[in-house]
Structure formats: C-alpha cells, structure tokens
Design a protein around this ligand. Sequence first.
Ligand code: HEM
Ligand code: NAG
Ligand code: NAG
Length: 322
Amino acid sequence: MSTKGIALGLILFFSFASLSFGALQVGFYKGKCGFRDVESIVAGVVADAVENDGTLVAALLRLQFHDCFVSGCDASLLLDGSDTEKLAPPNLSVRGYDLIDDVKIFVESVCPGVVSCADIIAMATRDAVHLAGGARYRVETGRRDGFKPAKNVDLPGPSISVPDSIEAFSRRNLTATDMVYLLGGHTVGVSQCLFFKDRLYNYKNTGRPDPTIDRWFLNDLRDQCPEDSNVDNVVFLDQTSMSSFVVDKSFHKQIWQRRGILEIDQQLALHPLTKDLVTRVAFGFDFASKFGDAMIKMGRFGVLTGSDGEIRRTCEAVNSAW
Ligand code: HEM
Ligand SMILES: *[C@@H]1O[C@H](CO)[C@@H](O)[C@H](O)[C@H]1NC(C)=O
Ligand SMILES: *[C@@H]1O[C@H](CO)[C@@H](O)[C@H](O)[C@H]1NC(C)=O
C-alpha cells in the first residue's frame, strides 16, 4: 500500500473510531460537578437503597439489560409512554425505576443538567453489582438520553433457543461468550412461575416435564410452582441456598447441575455452542471480572453521545416538556 493509502486509511480509521465509540469513557464526570464526585454520590444513594432492599440489585440489572437491548442504552425505557408493562408483568422492575429517580433528584440538586439518566442506570447497576459481591468494574460514562419512548419492545423470551439468543445478542454487538457471562445476571433475582411452568408439567405439549431438569430439583420446583395454583409464585433464578442475592458464578454451577429455571438458562449448559464455556465459568475463577467486562460491553450498545441525545432533567420526560 502506498504512503498516501496508509495515511488515508489512518484518517478513515480514526474518524470511524471516533464516530463509532463516541465519548464514552471511564470517569467522564470527573470535574464536571464542581467539587462533588458524581460517582460517589450515586454510590451513596444506591448503597442506602440496597441496604434496605436487596432485591434492588436484580431490579437494576434487569433494567439495564432491557434499556440497552430495546433501543440502545439511552434511558428511553424510563420515559412515560414506554411500553413497559410487557417488560415486568408483576412490576418487578418498578423499584429499580424509583431508585434511578432518587439518584437523579439527588444529582440534579448538586449539579443540574449534567448527568444523564442513561449513565445513572449504568453507574447504579455497577454499584449494585459490587454491593452484591460482584466486581466493581470500570463503568464507562458519557451517554446522553434519547428523545423517544421505547416502543415495540423486542426482548428475548424465556424459551428462546441458544442459536436464536446468540443471534439476538449479536444484533447488539455482543458475542456468544458475552451472552454466557451476561446471563449470569440470573445469579440474582426471581422469575414468576408462568415463565417456566410448562417445563415442570407439560414441556412442548408432551404431557411430561422437560427431561433436562434434574429429577429431585423437578419435585422441588413443582412444590414452588403448583400446577393448578391460581397464584403466580416467584422463585429464585439461582437456587443455590444463601446465594440468591449474591453476584457470583453459582448460577453457572446450577445450570451445569441441571438446576436451571428458565429454558434458555438450562440450554446454555447443554447446547454445543455454549456448554464448554459454561463449564469453564462454573469451575473457573474469573466470573467476576468477565461479568464486569461483559456489562461494560453491553453498556456501549447504541449509546448517544452527541446532539442526537440530551441530558434529561427528569428521567420520565424529555426536556421539551420542561
Ligand atoms: C436471552 C436473554 C434473557 C432472557 C430470555 C431473560 C428472561 C428473563 C425472565 C423471563 C425473567 C423473569 C421475569 C419475571 O418473572 O418477571 C428474568 C429476570 C431477570 N433477568 Fe433476565 N433474561 C435474559 C437476559 C438477562 C440479562 C443479560 C440480564 C442482566 C445482565 C438479566 C437479568 C435479569 C435479572 C436480574 C432478573 C430478575 C429480576 C428481579 O428479580 O427483579 N437477564 N429474565
Ligand atoms: C403493575 O402491573 C400491573 C399488571 O401488569 C399494571 O396494571 C400496573 O399498572 C402496574 N403498576 C405499576 C406501578 O407499574
Ligand atoms: C456495533 O459495533 C460496531 C463496530 O465496533 C460499531 O461501529 C457500531 O456503532 C456498534 N453498534 C451500535 C449500535 O452500538
């Protein structure tokens, strides 16, 4: 290649890189809020809230997953008018929304108009993961908030196949490896029985349970989710005793032992495309750092860093309403 060609290539490379990676960076808010440190303000509010209610860790993780997957990490999920009912039938995530609002109100009171709701989701989730025993990964910030509520929410369902799930993650710039770590988010939190009851009683209309479920575990789950009950119980996605609120690799150990709750969870440990990695995660020692890396990567998807976004003053409404 000629010198000119190399120079042109470099120019193209750098302008492309700056376009595609925008301004996300670790510590974006340093020095942007007077003498106050934005990240420690967020951490303080989250710590108080999580101390009172440990289920908030799961609520935040799920909230960030949904925000990033639906239309990129732009807090569009928080806007009034978003199609959120589908996301959380029994309002499981609603407490997460309240916490984001609390953080926003606090941050607005010390430096108004500076910190985006999208970044608050990312920072608060990182802090919650850390409080629950996960890594305090180096969260990137610099996102701006989107202008449009999330519509036509296209999220994977609990019985999605491994190949389809890999495809859904790849459409968000995430690899199968990222996916295996990110589904480790199911190391905390709960699912309603309705999302996996078919596996316990009538798998794929066979009249029989899903043969991949450990048989003792099956009895256990049937107790937690009776067939004819008209109440919809919730069960921990990670059934390791004492670990249902801890961000660790025990979810991967559970699915390796055929004790997964959702069909996709269990299939991760069985499908040729993912099972070797699941085994490595379950018996390895790098879950914490790799989960953090994958969260950082998920947090890059579809971010707005220029005039295509704004710093919302209140997370439920775009600023024109102000
Ligand atoms: C193929 C991908 C995924 C599917 C199909 C899926 C599906 C589900 C389902 C059906 C529930 C139960 C919801 C309910 O009962 O209302 C759930 C809960 C949850 N999901 Fe996922 N999920 C996926 C990926 C993820 C990812 C990537 C994360 C985070 C990194 C995550 C974090 C959570 C958490 C923390 C909960 C518990 C929420 C709570 O207790 O409030 N999920 N998921
Ligand atoms: C909770 O969920 C129910 C049923 O989906 C819905 O009717 C209600 O509006 C939700 N409440 C909140 C506070 O979102
Ligand atoms: C996906 O990754 C490519 C290559 O890094 C990048 O150019 C693109 O902007 C990313 N897409 C989104 C929506 O983040």
